[in-house]
Write a protein that binds this ligand. Structure first.
Ligand code: AVJ
Length: 320
């Protein structure tokens, strides 16, 4: 039986308010968490299959190779809490490797994708207490307690989604993970995927794919604002731009206005000239040492770091 989905999802008024605040800010920005409407979630799944987009397949390779070792470090009867569960593919690898996992809380902002993933997991893992929670996890959440007894809590945050948060926000978020990892009879930990620094060429190719799916994914945010909050963006007046910002250690995605134009959203109007940009996403990359230092600020210490043969991506296990 599928557990009832707990819906803490913000409504359209939050989307409207945050978007207007971002477009009034200098520099202009829109929150990347809003990429993931049904269409955006579908486009992101397709991005993960692209030859240029190395993170997903590389992380899955690392998990497949090293999960037995990771699972030994985690220990038996764990409750797993995943932030940004998406399609629910990676959690299967983790549940398969863990010794008698007790419960799985899946948190995601994309409601229909979450509902589908949770029902498939409940069917395939009947002995695990599956709890889908639809929410924006960028601020603190009240999570449900599992129905099953568990020994420790492990937070699972794969995909390098931590890179979408600026370092200070990433520390704040990991402090919340640390508090969660203290729940249970034994101290738990954080299993987290982190994209590694590498050549500009390799990173920029991953965010400027030849098929143009990343551009579509970026532009879909404007389409969503048109549909859900009555904005009137003209999609063909905007262009996708992604570049590696060496100083920040992040790839930046922007939408660049191709001409002079005015956009209306709910009584506000926004003027753009050709070349004006709206910053839609940061994706920070870290060396293992940089990330261990960041996690230490949140109270974690490194229990293991695994990478692939090309040193493209890393998975860390951090304990309290
Ligand atoms: C959601 C963090 C995995 O930053 O690489 C993919 C999203 N943006 N292509 C990333 C994304 C553009 C992505 N993560």
């Amino acid at each position: 039986m599928t557990a009832q989905l707990i819906d803490l999802q913000p409504d359209n008024s939050t989307l409207l308010e945050e978007s207007i605040a971002g477009l009034k800010a200098n520099p202009r920005r829109l929150p990347c968490k809003y990429f993931y409407d049904a269409e955006g979630a579908r486009l992101f799944e397709q991005i993960c299959e692209l030859p240029e987009y190395y993170p997903t397949r590389t992380e899955i390779g690392i998990l497949k190779r090293f999960l037995p070792e990771m699972a030994r470090l985690i220990g038996p009867r764990a409750r797993v809490v995943e932030y940004g569960s998406g399609e629910g593919l990676k959690i299967r690898l983790l549940l398969d490797a863990l010794q008698t996992p007790a419960a799985y809380t899946a948190i995601d902002i994309s409601r229909e994708q979450l509902r589908l993933a949770a029902s498939q997991l409940s069917r395939d893992y009947p002995e695990v207490d599956i709890q889908p929670v639809c929410a924006d996890y960028s601020s603190a959440l009240d999570l449900p307690q599992p129905h099953h007894a568990f020994e420790r809590t492990v937070v699972f945050f794969p995909g390098s989604t931590i890179g979408n948060f600026a370092p200070a926000e990433a520390v704040a978020m990991m402090r919340r993970f640390a508090a969660l990892a203290r729940q249970g009879q034994q101290p738990g930990g954080l299993l987290i995927g982190v994209d590694l620094k590498k050549s500009r060429q390799r990173i920029e190719a991953a965010y400027n794919d030849a098929l143009g799916l990343t551009a579509k994914f970026n532009l879909n945010l404007l389409r969503r604002l048109n549909r859900e909050v009555g904005a009137n963006f003209q999609l063909d007046y905007w262009q996708h731009r992604a570049f590696w910002n060496e100083r920040q250690g992040a790839i930046e995605m922007h939408l660049v206005s191709q001409r002079e134009q005015v956009v209306h959203i709910n009584g506000d109007s926004f003027s753009f000239t050709a070349g004006d940009s709206v910053h839609t996403e940061n994706s920070f990359k870290y060396t293992p040492e940089e990330f261990i230092a960041l996690a230490a600020e949140a109270g974690f210490r490194s229990a293991g770091v695994w990478t692939d043969d090309e040193s493209l991506f890393s998975v860390h296990y951090l304990t309290l």
